[in-house]
Design a protein around this ligand. Structure first.
Ligand code: DUC
Ligand code: ZN
Ligand code: ZN
Length: 486
């Protein structure tokens, strides 16, 4: 067979296996995995390198207005380029509906933002903040038919929050069509009550951001989210879990047969609340929600990664610059409650986990692949086209040099940011080549792709195989005097 490209001599890792073989690529597809493949128009020598499925960054905010109107600094070009330099070949950011907006308009707006700009294949999760009858009955089914098979809701933020009743409507619709609901789980009232007390007493420095978002607020909302989802037997993904107690609820729910999944992020493994102590306004760089926690929590979250509590490890890249367009938009020394929540990290997500996780023996290489790629492909309906190295899959591949050591600097990142929270970190292991459908996106430290090269991914429904189905008894017509509720 004649190949367009052969990757020769590398060590391949998937979510289940590590083996030595060449990869033969034809028309953007992996067509051979064997030793000593010949007849290639182009060859990459991967001797001494790791050949991994390209990362799938499934939680990032790109070209997205926050509820307060601030725009992220990355558009689909800089965001996807930065993702590619960090070893990713697919991104799934959010398309956010703000109150009063139709979902049709939101999808059109984000198509216009993404299609001409993304260098990587992409999809969106739809954020729903205004679930009117029309949204529930017409627009979500339409979005679903267009291949957007995940919806996100917020249990906090006055401009985004949905009530429990609204969340039930969304969960039931998602269940009916086979979509996965994602949730930002924090108790809005507890946070507002804490913010009010702190600000009243003049405690406005960045460090109080962490105090104002108590662990109990996350745990309460995770409990409630799980209860609502399980009541209507819908799958639910709790994003950016930052507490041990919250993660334990996720693990316990799955043990009970519920379709509950969890995600954590680099900032909760590698940074901590004391980072907010830097003299103001420097501390604002570390304001994100949920907030950074403490060393004990970091250790617990690592144990959850090892024990399989979390299916996903995502950057939650939410880039707001350290200037008047971002973190300092309400003044040069803003109170913590007026600071845009989020930090950049799309490029550092996988290298940090490789360096601190794989090379330090905390997780295996296959677990690394699962957490950075395969599990996202499965949960979000793009497996096995994406997320693995197998015959017939897209040739979306990241070739890593496991020995390359770098010191992280903001200048070294390819996003449109003016800081990185990981400045000065030393990491070993770096993605040196990234292919998307067999085409070079990054090679020899250079960008090879053009804006708009990425394609929209029409995603499949959430796969419920392997999970029990159990509606709450009252919803079952056989046990509720025949009432048809769903
Ligand atoms: N939630 C996110 O998922 N990202 C940024 C800020 C937030 O509250
Ligand atoms: Zn969130
Ligand atoms: Zn986020």
């Amino acid at each position: 067979m004649q190949f367009d490209l052969v990757i020769r001599g590398g060590k391949i890792a998937t979510a289940s296996d590590v083996f030595e073989a060449d990869v033969g690529i034809k028309d953007g597809i992996i067509t051979a995995l064997a030793r000593d493949l010949q007849n290639a128009a182009d060859v990459i020598d991967a001797t001494g390198k790791l050949v991994l499925p390209g990362g799938i960054e499934s939680h990032c905010h790109i070209a997205q207005e926050s509820a307060t109107g601030a725009m992220t600094s990355d558009d689909y070009y800089s965001g996807s380029v930065s993702a590619a330099f960090g070893g990713n070949s697919t991104i799934i950011p959010f398309a956010a509906q703000h109150r009063g907006q139709s979902v049709r308009d939101v999808m059109r707006i984000y198509d216009d933002r993404a299609a001409p700009n993304s260098v990587l294949d992409y999809s969106y999760h739809l954020i729903i903040s205004d679930p009117t009858d029309k949204v529930i009955k017409e627009e979500l089914p339409e979005a679903f038919a267009a291949g957007i098979t995940s919806f996100k809701v917020f249990m906090t933020y006055d401009k985004l929050i949905v009530s429990d009743e609204q969340m039930l409507d969304i969960l039931v619709t998602a269940r009916e069509y086979g979509a996965l609901t994602m949730v930002h789980a924090e108790n809005n009232a507890m946070i507002k009550w804490m913010v009010g007390r702190l600000v009243d007493k003049g405690h406005t420095q960045a460090r109080y951001h962490a105090v104002s978002h108590p662990e109990a607020a996350e745990v309460e909302a995770i409990n409630r989210g799980i209860s609502l989802a399980s009541f209507v037997d819908a799958p639910l993904l709790i994003v950016h879990v930052s507490t041990d107690a919250g993660a334990r609820r996720v693990a316990e729910a799955r043990l009970n047969g519920q379709k509950i999944f969890g995600e954590t992020c680099p900032q909760y493994l590698f940074l901590e609340a004391s980072d907010l102590d830097r003299p103001d306004p420097e501390g604002t760089k570390f304001c994100c929600s949920p907030p950074l926690r403490n060393t004990e929590t970091q250790k617990a979250l690592w144990r959850h990664l090892q024990a399989g509590t979390f299916h996903l490890y995502s950057s939650d890249h939410a880039p707001y610059r350290f200037d008047e367009t971002g973190k300092l938009s309400s003044g040069p020394n803003p109170p913590f409650n007026k600071v845009a929540n989020g930090m950049p990290g799309i490029e550092m997500r996988a290298p940090l986990l490789f360096s601190e996780g794989v090379l330090k023996g905390r997780i295996s290489l296959s677990t690394f692949v699962a957490l950075t790629s395969t599990n996202a492909a499965r949960l979000f309906g793009i497996h096995p086209k994406k997320g693995t190295i197998a015959i017939g899959s897209d040739a979306d591949i990241a070739i890593w040099d496991p020995d390359e050591t770098r010191v992280v600097t903001a200048q070294g990142m390819h996003d449109n940011m003016d800081y990185t929270p990981f400045e000065g970190w030393q990491v070993t292991g770096w993605p040196v080549t990234v292919l998307s459908r067999g085409k070079y996106v990054v090679h020899d430290g250079e960008l090879k792709a053009k804006a708009g090269q990425g394609q929209f991914l029409k995603r499949a429904p959430f796969d419920t195989t392997g999970y029990t189905t159990e509606l709450a008894g009252e919803l079952n017509p056989a046990s509720n005097f025949g009432a048809q509720i769903l």
